[in-house]
Design a protein around this ligand. Structure first.
Ligand SMILES: Nc1ncnc2c1ncn2[C@@H]1O[C@H](COP(=O)(O)OP(=O)(O)OP(=O)(O)O)[C@@H](O)[C@H]1O
Ligand SMILES: [Mg+2]
Length: 367
């Protein structure tokens, strides 16, 4: 990334009659950045992408790309290319003609076009598919053709709306790495829309988390995971136990809290959280809790409880533990290293937490 801004969204708003699809969207994307918009269905992700692409006019606000105001600039004159959520490709054309479609008026020779098409197909692992008919492709292959068709245009900004949603898990994971590598090697901006948190986290430099037409938080994946700005973001990204707590002291940059059922903890103050009342909520990731049969030593807080459920996921096992004074069973995930842990429903266990692993989520009434 160069530190120059490539896309600026300033006060973007979109209304469909009385329905507000986007509200006060402000976002600056750096040149060369891989950015993802992450959020549940209907939160406005596609709407935001279409506004950047120029397929949709915002009700209010300014879109700038590479420093230029895009008002009145049609989609085909913007330095962007979009891969649509429905990955529409032309069913009557073969793969090569689909991918080369946008090049037909580029002034390139037949040979140059052929080379560009081959290059784009290689990027999406579809070498040799030029002559294949579009309706003789699987859903995942069609999605990759749509991707190649956008890549072949070498846009400054590639807008991707759920580009990998039709792929099976294995192909999806390998395409995630491929796309990331591709983006880094060509150095263009990618703005990707997804509702899959893992996809967003593995691929992006930064993520914007959206709910109900608003950006709730914009941050790097590691910051989002470690310091979600509110309860909604915390619940959307990764697993999280929400525990009621009481604020007992505020030493510099830290909070002393009394967590229901677990006891006293000294935790880092989360810069993203605005307000603290005496009654607050803290978050504990399932993988950051310790579970054992015997009382553990060396932890700040611990409690004894009863296993109510055990779910085997292969690489991890999740235990639900009921603890006196905690409203919901606490979820603990344990890596399935050497089959050293194997608790059953009804087992009495200890769970323990360290101050460093607890996330401050602010006042109980905020979110
Ligand atoms: N043309 C339209 N007229 C009225 N409402 C619309 C129109 N297009 C979208 N909406 C509404 O705007 C909201 C945002 O839609 P959008 O397509 O941006 O969601 P999304 O985040 O992409 O969801 P998904 O993950 O399901 O694709 C939705 O509630 C949708 O119903
Ligand atoms: Mg969408």
């Amino acid at each position: 990334m160069t530190g120059r801004s490539m896309i600026e969204l300033i006060g973007i708003e979109k209304r469909y009659h009385s329905f507000q699809a986007l509200a006060d969207l402000n976002l600056t994307l750096q040149e060369g950045e891989f950015f993802s918009l992450l959020g549940p269905s209907g939160c406005g992700k596609t709407t935001a992408l279409r506004i950047i692409a120029g397929f949709l006019e915002p009700t209010a606000g300014i879109v700038r790309i590479a420093g230029q105001d895009m008002q009145g600039v049609p989609a085909n004159r913007r330095p962007t290319n979009m891969v649509f959520q429905s990955y529409a490709i032309f069913p009557h054309l073969n793969v090569g003609d689909n991918v080369g479609f946008g090049l037909s008026r580029s002034g390139l020779s037949r040979r140059q076009r052929k080379a560009r098409i081959e290059e784009a197909l290689a990027m999406v692992a579809l070498e040799g598919f030029e002559d294949r008919h579009a309706d003789a492709l699987s859903g995942g292959q069609r999605q990759r053709v749509a991707l190649a068709r956008a890549l072949v245009m070498q846009p400054k900004v590639l807008l991707l709306d759920e580009p990998l949603s039709a792929l099976d898990k294995k192909l999806r994971e390998s395409m995630q790495f491929e796309l990331r590598r591709l983006q880094q090697s060509v150095g263009i901006n990618f703005v990707m829309v997804t509702h899959d948190q893992y996809e967003a986290m593995t691929m992006s430099d930064r993520i914007g988390v959206m709910f109900d037409g608003r950006l709730a938080q914009v941050d790097t994946p590691t910051q989002l995971y470690a310091f979600p700005a509110n309860r909604k973001v915390a619940a959307f990204i990764g697993g999280m136990n929400f525990l009621p707590a009481q604020l007992v002291g505020e030493p510099a940059g830290r909070l002393e809290v009394m967590v229901a059922g677990l006891g006293g903890l000294d935790i880092a103050r989360n810069q993203g959280v605005a307000r603290h009342d005496r009654e607050l909520v803290v978050g504990l990731r399932p993988e950051q809790l310790h579970i054992s049969r015997d009382e553990p030593a060396g932890f700040d807080a611990r409690a004894q409880g009863t296993v109510t459920d055990a779910a085997f996921y292969g690489e991890t096992v999740h235990y639900h533990v009921e603890i006196a004074g905690v409203p919901e069973p606490v979820v603990v995930s344990v890596p399935n290293h050497f089959h050293t842990v194997d608790f059953k429903r009804g087992d009495r266990v200890w769970i323990a937490a360290q101050g460093a692993s607890v996330i401050d989520l602010g006042a109980r009434t905020d979110n």
